[in-house]
Ligand binder design. Structure first.
Ligand SMILES: [Zn+2]
Length: 293
């Protein structure tokens, strides 16, 4: 067939690359069969060649989605708040299939993998827990409001978790900080510099906090922890016993003190976080960023 662009020569079989958009990201499909004009370089695709490109594109889309791990499949069920039977019904799969994937007995099939990824992408609450890019975007959006306020680290963490809809389990898992330590930080139970610098680094890294932002939060935490010591006398006289009661009291007392601190407004912070401590956190943050590449 003669070139419809220059009318100088016949098209000849050739190979070409093509950029395609898959889920908002650009990918290059290489070595595609095409017909090219040797004179002007015009490229056309026959019907058959177009079909082959569609097939490659679909294969790419399947391959692009990493296979969901057993942990992620369990997480999905927690996000959806569904039991095994409900999730199997939802996906129209055999009663035991999902359980076998979750236990890692059988790998999920590529088509179900793609289906579940597509499914996750429709739910903002699921996306933030599953995909790192969504997580970062959502956290940064919450930070834009939260970091403008005079709040302690504990209060910040509670607020950012609520605002982003991150699941505690996901945060424990991804930061490697155990639930008990999280609760102690969230309740401002530790004086700022008693929080191990490595833990502070992990928190700052995960929640995209700059060293300055962390410093401000920790200074506000000093305000709370120092007020707490003056509340201890009342605390000791109240009548709750047992570990459960104690944990509950820690969190409710912390909230009361936060309220009092807010009412006092701009009273000076009794103590600030030392430069030495911040330098240690900075080193940890830099190490974590380097490890990420
Ligand atoms: Zn031509």
């Amino acid at each position: 067939m003669i070139c419809t662009n220059c009318f100088e020569a016949e098209y000849k079989p050739a190979k070409t690359d093509m950029t395609v958009d898959i889920d908002g990201r650009k990918h290059i499909l290489r070595d595609l069969d095409c017909e090219a004009c040797p004179t002007c370089g015009e490229i056309i695709f026959s019907h058959q060649q177009s079909l082959e490109i569609d097939k490659k594109r679909i294969a790419f889309q399947f391959g692009e989605k990493p296979l969901l791990t057993p942990d992620q499949l369990k997480l999905l069920r927690r996000v959806l708040d569904m039991n095994l039977e409900e999730v199997c019904n939802l996906l129209h799969i055999g009663r035991n299939t999902y359980g076998r994937w979750e236990r890692g007995e059988v790998a999920i099939t590529p088509s179900m993998n793609l289906l579940i990824h597509n499914f996750i992408e429709r739910f903002p609450d699921a996306r933030v827990n599953f995909y790192v890019e969504d997580r970062i975007k959502t956290i940064e959006k919450a930070n834009a409001t939260l970091l403008g306020r005079d709040i302690s680290l504990g209060e910040y963490l509670r607020e950012v978790m609520a605002a982003t809809r991150l699941l505690p389990d996901v945060v424990y898992h991804l930061t490697g900080i155990v639930p008990d330590d999280w609760k102690r930080i969230q309740n401002n139970e530790m004086e700022p510099e008693k929080i191990p610098s490595e833990m502070a680094g992990k928190v700052a890294h995960f929640f995209r906090l700059t060293l300055d932002a962390l410093e401000k939060l920790l200074n506000e935490t000093w305000r709370i922890t120092s007020m707490k010591s003056s509340f201890t006398a009342i605390h000791a006289r109240s009548c709750c016993h047992g570990v459960g009661g104690l944990a509950l009291k820690e969190s409710s007392m912390n909230k009361i003190i936060e309220k009092v601190a807010q009412k006092r407004g701009n009273a000076p912070i009794p103590k600030t976080v030392s430069k030495e401590y911040l330098a240690k956190v900075k080193a940890i943050l830099e190490e974590m960023e380097k490890a990420e590449g």
